[in-house]
Ligand binder design. Structure first.
Ligand code: TMP
Length: 409
């Protein structure tokens, strides 16, 4: 495969009736943090354009970057974001409580990263992590979790089935947006869960992306921006039924979706589908209006930061999440406006942000420098971060939330 290729048909339904609703231009990869010696080398950039399918209403990228480039080495660790790690520990326990009845039961996690969820339940049942990133898989293994370093597919599912038997639960958090061949995932999971198992996944909800959340969740790793409406059709086309849905406060708002062959469908499903219809998630105009909102906010945030700098104040970026790089690159916010980014992920510290080349440092630097303003790039953890930085706020530092409409808290 070339580094990327351009699809001409919808990845979900195969239609060519696609409309470009948002063009973010040429963008570096959101997790391609750079070493100092790489700063003067040419940087790969790829088109970041969002298309609406007029036939199945899905929202997706058509410029697909080779997954080997995106996921074989991964700077992102679940355990580096305390609120996320706590969420997955809690989720693991809930799933074990509801669906695991014996120590012989198997729970498989697709893209289980450094094993936070499985570690929380590994005494209750057999666990298996499938994650393509070698560096992350190694961390998971060190926690005593059997981990296979590969991309999940129908073929991988067959191999797991022959070596480990059926899974009672297959979990996939924050991966259903990342995989082009979703039909292959559903088909593989269907084989793996047999007649009695369940497939539970969390994925960011498109209703949040265009509403209270931020457009910055759009980057090459996220091929899809899902609605339940689209996922339901897709699951049914493979012979799985979505039987329950919950909204969880992760990445703004994510859907926790439950699918299986033989479970009774709960009322939550029809209620949520009706909500999506009311929001116009099946209409192209909804996404064109979203694109307009982004360009209005671009002007608003740039003006705000410019004014603060004119007053001679220091601004730093709080967090160096992948989404921050979409925001910084699309809004052209560089080292002239932000002195540095702080991030709790050791793998990112000492590196430079893709495209804008802002240094990423450890949060220890905050105490030393006492910035006047923080641009909260990790806005999805605002509550936890504001609570953690209360002392800094009392001393006069202010937080800026960049999306959906920039505001100073
Ligand atoms: P995420 O939104 O994709 O989970 O990424 C969040 C990033 O923000 C991740 O790199 C860790 C970082 N982070 C901090 O630097 N400080 C914090 O307090 C939290 C919660 C996250």
């Amino acid at each position: 495969m070339e580094k990327y290729y351009h699809r001409t048909a919808c990845s979900i339904c195969g239609s060519r009736n696609l409309s470009l609703v948002l063009d973010l231009g040429q963008m570096p990869l959101a997790n391609a943090f750079l070493k100092k010696e790489e700063l003067f080398l040419p940087e790969d950039k790829f088109p970041l354009c969002v298309y609406f399918c007029r036939d199945c209403s899905s929202l997706q990228l058509l410029d697909i970057v080779d997954p080997e480039i995106l996921f074989k080495y991964y700077d992102y660790l679940t355990s580096a974001s305390k609120p996320l790690a706590e969420h997955f520990v809690w989720m693991g326990k809930e799933l074990a409580e509801e669906f695991v009845s014996s120590q012989k039961d198997l729970v498989v996690e697709i893209g289980g990263n450094d094993g936070v969820l499985l570690e929380a339940i590994k005494e209750k049942c057999r666990v298996l992590n499938i994650d393509p990133a070698e560096n992350v898989a190694e961390i998971s293994r060190r926690k005593g979790i059997e981990t296979i370093s590969c991309f999940f597919s129908e073929g991988a599912a067959e191999k797991i089935l022959s070596e480990h038997g059926n899974a009672k639960v297959v979990v996939a958090n924050n991966v259903m947006a990342h995989i082009e061949n979703l039909k292959g995932i559903f088909s593989g999971v269907k084989k793996l869960i047999g007649e009695d198992g369940v497939f539970v996944f969390e994925v960011h909800w498109v209703g949040n992306l265009i509403g209270e959340g931020g457009f910055d969740q759009i980057y090459h790793e996220h091929i899809f921006y899902h609605s339940l409406t689209v996922l339901k059709h897709l699951a049914e086309s493979i012979g799985l039924k979505i039987f329950d849905i919950k909204i969880v406060p992760i990445h703004g708002q994510s859907m926790r979706v439950f699918a299986a062959k033989n479970f009774e469908i709960r009322s939550s499903v029809d209620e949520f589908l009706a909500k999506e219809k009311n929001l116009g998630l099946d209409k192209e105009e909804t996404f064109l209006a979203f694109a307009q909102k982004i360009s209005d906010n671009k002007k608003r945030l740039i003006d705000m930061l410019g004014q603060i700098k004119e007053e001679g104040k220091m601004i730093v970026g709080y967090g160096a999440p992948a989404k921050g790089n979409t925001l910084l690159n699309y809004f052209q916010i560089g080292h002239g406006l932000l002195d540095f980014l702080t991030d709790t992920t050791p793998l990112k510290q000492g590196l430079y942000s893709p495209g804008m080349h802002i240094p990423v440092v450890s949060p220890d630097k905050i105490d030393e420098k006492r910035p006047d303003y923080f641009l909260l790039l990790a806005w999805n953890y605002a509550d936890a971060i504001l609570a953690k930085e209360q002392k800094m706020i009392e001393k006069g530092s202010k937080f800026i939330i960049p999306v959906p409409e920039a505001k100073i808290l």
